[in-house]
Design a protein. Sequence first.
Length: 115
Amino acid sequence: MSLEVLNAKVPCFQPIMTPSDFRHSLAANEPPDGLLPALAALWWAGKEDWNKAHQIVANGEGSDCAWVHAYLHRVEGDLDNAGYWYRQARRRQETGDLATEWATIAATLLASKRV
């Protein structure tokens, strides 16, 4: 059954946001409703609002927030601090392209269905 048919038959069904949907949502002024803190912070990072993104993850808990926190410190060039947060997230410290890491984090968090 297609997603469109399922949405029509079950009105309360909430479709999963795709990475493409998430990226396209950056055209809006505010993040989509219902995002968990790590994804909301990543959304603000995608809007290049480092401070707002950092404020969210600095107050967040769990490995997802720690992963986004690590990414943010990598963006600012604070690799020692980023390393600490990668360890907290139990993730390998990234060294590649920042845009690729942003997309990887978004896809992974969205796939976890904990939007």
